[in-house]
Design a protein around this ligand. Structure first.
Ligand SMILES: Nc1ncnc2c1ncn2[C@@H]1O[C@H](COP(=O)(O)OP(=O)(O)OP(=O)(O)O)[C@@H](O)[C@H]1O
Ligand SMILES: [Mg+2]
Length: 430
């Protein structure tokens, strides 16, 4: 029976081995991790609620967190894979199937989101026996190829490239000199103006008090890198500066599908309350992160972004240990385009199918949210009102000044004016 193995590290620290064997994929923590759990966090989903049980959690090889079957990877790792057209592109370069998740992870193992790496490793007989506890006699290790230099994994379904900005050029690799890592979100044929709409949305979010990642529109002609995308006749793409890279340094990051151990296929499941409760469990996130979440939800509601799913929020570990709410990204006012409305997730867990189209912040919802999170209700209401007030006073000029088509601008203005969160407010007042 063949076994494929990848060594998983966080920065320079080895965390464990991920192996695929028959139908099973399992992560097994390094013995030294079990002997003395380090302070660095691979995933909040793998932090024991009581520190004294952390070693027991790492040694619990059968825990669902560390296991997957049927060609899937354990959830944390499945969420590291490229999605959409980037996945097809990587699969093609690697010569593997798009659903060969283990091979895709290996292909991108040198440049995964955050500070994780996955490298092929060969282990001795003893280690192999330790990993594969349900030992069989004829175990054989398969060779896993090295990560590809072009293997950059970024999740998300929109077409994108991982590039470096050097001067005014966007290149795949630099030979010398400093460069900044960016995610190039490309325009798509048949969906004009999306980079401009996303840029405006990020600026509007910032104006409303949200901490937003750095991004800029750049001409498509500035991309000096080989790629296989057919680029439409559009002027610009959106260059998003990566907050999980600082020169050669990698800053660990994970998204909320990883924090909550949710498969990426189910990124529209769970609720914003689930995210808030996870934040409340860690002091470095806590109340201020929940209030920032509320601010972002108010912005999404006001500008009409129905795509704020679990993978569109994350945490960043500047010191490798204490998570902070990562700056906001992927905010797009889809409501500028006709017929788009609703929310990616409900505020509260619900069994009903319809509520995503209904208001996010009803008084009853806000009360229940505050009750469950232990937040002071007037504080939460205040964040929503302050956000709406900033939007009301700053957005109309921003929308007017944008280069978007007139009907889109009109729709955004009308949505804002009619928005329930703004009722009873005057433009310059309060
Ligand atoms: N500024 C950033 N720094 C580091 N990582 C980022 C940044 N912005 C986004 N990411 C990561 O890249 C992923 C893809 O980016 P983004 O969400 O903008 O793409 P998308 O294709 O529009 O996503 P979706 O599938 O939600 O439409 C995010 O889920 C996040 O993990
Ligand atoms: Mg996204």
């Amino acid at each position: 029976m063949n076994v494929k193995i990848l060594e998983i590290s966080l920065g320079t620290r080895r965390f464990g081995k991920l192996f695929q064997y028959a139908d099973l994929c399992r992560f097994v923590a390094e013995p030294e991790l079990i002997a003395a759990p380090p302070p660095e966090v691979l995933s909040l989903s793998m932090v024991a609620s009581d520190p004294s049980t952390q070693a027991a959690l790492w040694s619990d090889v059968k825990n669902p967190l560390f296991n997957a079957q049927g060609g899937q990877l354990p959830r944390f790792f499945q969420n590291l894979l490229p999605e959409g057209v980037l996945r097809s592109h990587i699969a093609q370069l690697r010569g593997c199937r798009e659903n060969d998740h283990f091979e895709l992870l290996a292909a991108c193992g040198g440049d995964l989101p955050g500070a994780v790496s996955a490298k092929p490793v060969s282990v001795d007989r003893g280690t192999l026996q330790r990993l594969i506890t349900q030992d069989q006699d004829a175990l054989e290790m398969s060779v896993v190829e090295l990560p590809m230099p072009q293997g950059i994994s970024v999740s998300g379904v929109q077409p994108k490239l991982g590039l470096r900005r050097q001067g005014g050029r966007y290149v795949a690799r630099t030979r010398a000199g400093a460069s900044t890592r960016v995610i190039a979100k490309l325009p798509v044929a048949g969906r004009p103006h999306m980079p401009q709409l996303e840029m405006l949305s990020l600026q509007m979010a910032r104006a409303a008090g949200v901490e937003v990642c750095e991004a800029e529109l750049a001409p498509l002609s500035a991309i000096k890198a080989e790629h296989s995308y057919a680029l439409p006749d559009e002027p610009d793409f959106l260059a998003v500066t990566r907050f999980d890279r600082d020169g050669a340094r990698r800053i660990h990051f994970e998204d909320f599908a990883q924090v909550l151990a949710v498969d990426p296929m189910h990124k529209y499941s769970a609720s914003y309350l689930d995210m808030a409760l996870a934040m409340q469990a860690f002091p470095s996130l806590g109340e201020s992160a929940v209030l920032e979440l509320v601010r972002r939800l108010a912005v999404n509601d006001l500008l009409g972004n129905p795509d704020a799913h679990l993978k569109n929020f994350g945490v960043l570990y500047a010191d490798g240990i204490a998570p902070r709410f990562a700056p906001a990204y992927d905010i797009v006012a889809y409501a500028a385009i006709q017929g788009v409305d609703g929310h990616a997730l409900p505020l509260l867990p619900t069994n009903a199918a319809a509520p995503r189209r209904t208001a996010l912040f009803t008084p009853a919802n806000v009360r229940a949210f505050c009750f469950s999170t232990g937040l002071h209700e007037p504080l939460v209401r205040r964040v929503v009102t302050d956000t709406a007030r900033l939007a009301r006073s700053l957005w109309p000029e921003m929308i007017d000044a944008s280069t978007l088509p007139l009907p889109w601008k009109k729709r955004l203005q009308q949505r804002l004016q009619a928005h329930p969160l703004l009722q009873g407010m005057t433009k310059r007042g309060k």
